[in-house]
Design a protein around this ligand. Structure first.
Ligand code: AMP
Ligand code: GLY
Length: 431
């Protein structure tokens, strides 16, 4: 049945989702709340904030919405899916009681411990005094401090010595730099190895991993500078071999699904598993309860299956009936940010777009843009995601960097090494 579909969110991830949903023969009319200037090319944008569930539900009823897709973490954690379901509207995404797998790191660590899912060893603290006592006795550095709650990907501190760790406890627990996210603190063993992001479709019982991706979280080249929401991405990861994928299916993905179901929190939607491939095997760094941003921007352009059909199977609990299909190519995403991101940056800077986006495997997803006085201007730290596919990673990387030249604004900033490590590993695997 053709459906009226509403997407909640307004970043590059939602643009990538919207582009795919718009292509589906199951889509009648597509809306996005609040959307952005790029999403407006494929959907009708509605000016409702992501956290205003009452207004979203009212809009959905008034416009005969059949199906809702929720993109970002905050509304998922606060019960956006629950609000739509209460109104009888089929909705893709986890309920609040399952989105907690991302919203509380203490919850996810305790879950992994209880069900023997491989992850870094850890302790949880609610008192800063106890955390400080623990750190003073600790002899192994670096050590990792994590604010329990949602902190825009920034609530993780890697501390190289005791004095940095004590400063970190103060920042998170006393100064509340990440707000109430810092009411609890997770202190975790430091791990090393390549990081891989695997997004999985889930229907509460069955879990199906998509192709792998690899984020580039630091602001500057060579993985220097502050942590960001993500400065670029590649797919597939050459580090994620078939053997590793099989191991993760048996020891991580399936056990996580089963664990959430036995806790009375069946997980439906996209489970994003952040992995570190350590010398002792793959371990979970974190779970997210949604598509990654910008992981979605490299994974979805490679997906051959109909996204709406899969999402319906997730909602209906029939994911075991279908197979996910991905092209045997590669994709690279380079984020164009405003200079100064993630700290301080100028907005409303005019943008010029040329080139050939929208054909031959070139995509321009808008992360933070808007129309002001009829002109396209920047409206955020991450402004655009330039994506290109190619027959392999080296070709996709070359094409993506070529396409970054087609978009210009005065304070344009990007990393110049997105995909370098993956391309080197890809080439090494060929010799
Ligand atoms: P998270 O939000 O938990 O994924 O953490 C953000 C980033 O911090 C990760 O992508 C890793 O690069 C790093 N990180 C988190 N936990 C650890 C750990 N236990 N050991 C080493 N690096 C970590
Ligand atoms: N790119 C990492 C995230 O979406 O959390």
């Amino acid at each position: 049945m053709k459906m009226n579909i509403l997407i909640i969110g307004g970043g590059g991830r939602e643009h990538a989702i919207a582009a795919k949903v718009a292509e589906s023969p199951l889509t009648k009319k597509l809306y996005c709340a609040p959307g952005n200037a790029g999403i407006a090319e494929v959907a009708e944008c509605v000016d409702i904030p992501v956290m205003d569930f009452d207004a979203q539900v009212k809009f959905a009823k008034d416009h005969k919405i059949d199906f809702v897709i929720v993109g970002p973490d905050d509304p998922l954690a606060k019960g956006c899916v629950d609000a739509f379901e209460a109104a009888g509207i089929r909705t893709f995404g986890p309920r609040a009681n399952a989105a907690i797998i991302e919203a509380s790191k203490a919850f996810s660590k305790d879950l992994m411990k209880k069900y023997n899912i491989p992850t870094a060893s850890y302790e949880v603290f609610t008192s800063d005094k106890e955390a400080i006592e623990y750190l003073k006795k600790n002899e192994k550095f670096p050590i990792v401090l994590k604010a329990d709650g949602l902190a825009l990907g920034k609530g993780v501190l890697i501390c190289n010595n005791l004095s940095e760790a004590l400063d970190g406890v103060k920042e998170i627990m006393e100064d509340k730099k990440f707000g109430t996210a810092g009411n609890k603190l997770v202190i975790e063993e430091f791990m090393t190895g390549p990081e891989v992001s695997v997004l999985c479709f889930c229907d509460g019982k069955t879990i199906k991993p998509m192709t792998s991706a690899m984020d580039h979280k630091r602001a500057k080249d060579n993985d220097e500078g502050l942590n960001t929401g993500g400065m670029g991405n590649i797919s597939p990861s050459p580090f994620y071999t078939d053997d590793i994928a099989d191991y993760c299916m048996d020891h991580i993905y399936k056990p996580t699904m089963a664990a959430m179901a036995s806790e009375g929190r069946p997980f439906k939607g996209v489970l994003f598993v952040g992995l570190m491939l350590t010398k002792d095997g793959p371990k979970v760094l974190e779970y997210n309860a949604r598509f990654g941003d910008p992981e979605a921007q490299v994974v979805l352009p490679r997906m051959k299956s109909d996204i709406v059909e899969i999402m319906e199977h997730c909602v209906d609990g029939t994911l075991d009936e279908i197979e996910l299909k991905f092209a045997k190519n590669a994709a690279v995403c380079v984020v164009l940010a405003s200079d100064g991101y993630p700290v301080k940056y100028e907005k409303e800077v005019p943008v010029e777009i040329g080139g050939h986006f929208g054909k031959n495997g070139y995509y321009l997803f808008h992360a933070g843009s808007k129309i002001k006085d009829g002109k396209l201007v920047t409206n955020g730290g991450r402004v655009f995601d330039v994506v290109a596919t190619g027959k392999d990673l080296p070709e996709a990387q070359k094409r993506a960097y070529e396409a970054t030249k087609w978009v210009n604004f005065a304070n344009k900033y990007m990393r110049h090494d997105i995909g370098n490590k993956a391309v080197a590993a890809f080439k090494a695997s060929r010799h």
